[in-house]
Structures are given as structure tokens and as C-alpha cells.
Design a protein around this ligand. Sequence first.
Ligand code: PRP
Length: 184
Amino acid sequence: MGLQDDVARVLITEDELQTRVAELGWAINEVYNDDDRPLLVCVLKGAFIFLADLTRHLAMRHEVDFMEVSSYGAGTESTGVVRILLDLEQSIEGRHVLIVEDIVDSGRTLAYMARNLQTRGPASLRICALLSKPARREVDVELDWVGFEVPNEFVVGYGLDYAEEYRSLPFIGVLKEEVYAKSG
Ligand code: PRP
């Protein structure tokens, strides 16, 4: 009866996720120092768990802020339309900005975000994405750090949802087709 019953198989285990997130943290530690005081921009909602884990591996002084954009309806396909639902609280002019994203699918969300944030005059703009699904890419985006490349399957867990559920699963799993086939 649990959420886990809707998962066909585990793609990335909790241990693998935690190990990789720590590695990403160490790699990011090589790039910024205290004086940079980077601003991590968490792309809500999917990236909130990744951000929470990643931030605790960062050694330099840094801040976090949040942006929510929407490219999907309740289904599984990107509409290509990106809307800002929640904008940053602070100005990023002259700041070192690191976008933290859970998954890059078509690339439209990040392409839009990078373009939008770039117009605000940051000192630098980098992107760290936990997952990338290259098979689905429609727009090229340069990713500075990627946790895992995943196959073209419907993945949930560790922040990623289907119809707002499954975000709390501690692993990345493939959703059973019958779960999302039901709602078309
Ligand atoms: C997902 C994901 C990315 C985006 C990737 O967000 O978190 O932000 O889609 O897709 P793209 O590369 O095709 O643009 P979603 O809109 O599902 O919102 P959520 O993070 O709130 O679940």
C-alpha cells in the first residue's frame, strides 16, 4: 500500500545518491571560496532535498535562495512553457550564482533560468544538476556538474515527483507505467 509499491525498480540507491552528492560537494568546494560567498539557487520544488544534502557538504560560506518555475502540468510531458511562480528574494548582481536543479530533461527550464538570471548581472553563473536525461534534450544547456545520467524512463524520489507524490522516497526509482498511464 506504500508509495514504494508504485516503483518498478530502484535506479539509484540511497547510498549511491549520498556518495555522489558528497562528491559533487567536494568538486564545488574546489571552485568557490569564502570570499565568493556563492548564492545557491534551488529550483523548487524538485531540488529541495538535493539542495538540503548538498549544502551540508559545502565548506565555503554560502547562501541559499529559492525560485519556482513550472514547465510541466500534472502529467509527464514538458509543455515547453516556463513560468516563474516564485522569484528570488534578493538581487544577484555581482554575485556568484550556482543553480541547483534536480533533473534536466528537455533542458527548457534551465535554459530559461540561465538566460533569465544572466540578465541580472551575476559575477558568475554555474549549474549543478543531480540528474540528466540526455535522450530527452531539446535545448542545449551547459551543465557544470551532473550527478548521474539517467535513461529515458519516468523517475521519482529524492525530490522528484509524479503528480506531487513520491518526493519523499530516499532513492531514485522508476515509476510503474500503470501508475501514470491511468491519468493519461
Ligand atoms: C521538473 C524538474 C525540472 C524540469 C526539467 O520540474 O524539476 O525543473 O522539470 O524539465 P525540462 O528540462 O524538460 O525543462 P517540474 O516542472 O516537474 O516541477 P517540480 O520541480 O516542482 O516538480
